[in-house]
Design a protein around this ligand. Sequence first.
Ligand code: ADP
Ligand code: MG
Length: 290
Amino acid sequence: MNLLQVKNLSKKFGNLQALDNVSFTIQKGEIFGFLGPNGAGKSTTIRIIMGFLHPSEGNIEIFGLDSVSYAVELKNKIGYVAAEPVLYQDWTVDDHIKFLVNIRGSQIKASADKLKKILDLDGRKKVKQLSTGNQQKLAITLALCINPPLLVLDEPTRGLDPLLRATFHHLLREYKKAGGTVLLSSHDLSEVEDLCDKIVIIHNGKLIQDTTVSRLRFNHGHKIKAHFTDEVPNFSNIKGIEGLIATKYTVEFKVKDNLRPILEKLSVSKVEDLEITSASLEDIFEEIYK
Ligand code: ADP
Ligand code: MG
């Protein structure tokens, strides 16, 4: 089932085309990665999803409802972490939770307390006493504690250290297991690598990839490093090879095509050591954005 459908979405700010004919769909139960460098159009798309902005063209349906006409109803079904979370400087963490309990009901208190504990967030601290990372933890707690059917997270791990990132990723996996759906924006491909079922990449307002991370990696090939006890065999005539560097006993290159001819050649050579790695995510991004 299409839980969220973005159809031919465009957004102009004056002369600036922030989004240009963007379409994608998110299925129920997916963790969907929305990737792109700063200024790509991620937050603009997300603000339209949340009903804070109107599209110039195109539309978005969430749970089959139009994001503009049903903005109020939809906000109740979505846990949202904004790019710049709106928090009250003089309120404590617990004040924010109490406020939400008043709107949403007492059942969310237990789940907020659990999240505070998991994320190591002190309920007594005022927002103005919190670091960016701790403010981000509060924003995450407020979005997740209502246990919504959809989470829309705009670069939620900004300011979190690697350990907390991992904890947060674990929370998202648990949420998914329980049937939840996530839209996660990030400018860091490695962040979404293990987490996301599907990703789209946006650049200058245009969608440039709609794929899975493993397919993206596969399409961008492998790096091979081999060490031989004898002279290096000739790889240069094999299709798809790039950046070949050979010394007397070692060879290094990238290959975008099928690995089989290389493996066949290696199998009849005197290989002492071999390393085959997928192209790094940085390599992939560099190539996509150039
Ligand atoms: P991202 O979240 O991917 O970093 P944004 O969606 O925030 O990108 O921004 C996309 C483009 O739209 C940028 O060039 C940004 O400067 C511009 N932009 C975003 N919001 C506004 C606005 N309210 N008014 C004018 N330009 C905007
Ligand atoms: Mg943004």
